[in-house]
Design a protein around this ligand. Sequence first.
Ligand SMILES: [Cu+2]
Length: 115
Amino acid sequence: MFASLTTRTFAFAALCVAAMLPLSAANAQQATELQITYDGAFQPSELRAPAGKPITVKVKNNTAKAMEFESKTLKVEKVIPSKGEAVVNVRAQKAGRYEFFDEFNEKARGNLVVE
Ligand SMILES: [Cu+2]
C-alpha cells in the first residue's frame, strides 16, 4: 500500500515536471549526445561535437575494475563502477581539442574535438 501510494505520488510529480518542461526546454539548447566505451582504452578514442552546445557523454565501462572518466580542460570527472555506465555532462565549449583520460589508468587517453 505504501509502495503504490509512493508510486502514484511520484507519477504525479513526474507529470507536473513534464507539464512544466516545454516552457523551460524551449529556450534550453539540445545537448549533443555521444557514447564511448572503455575496455582499458577508449573506443572510439576521438569524439566530435559542435561548439557552443552542451554535450552529454555516455560512458560504458566494460572492465572488471572501476574507472574514472576525467578531463581537466572540460572540468569533469566521474567514477564509473566495473561493468557500469554513467552520463557525463559537459558544458558548451569553444572550438578546440580537449583531452580526457582514465584517472585510474592514465595511459588510457582520448580527445573530444569541438568544432
Ligand atoms: Cu579525478
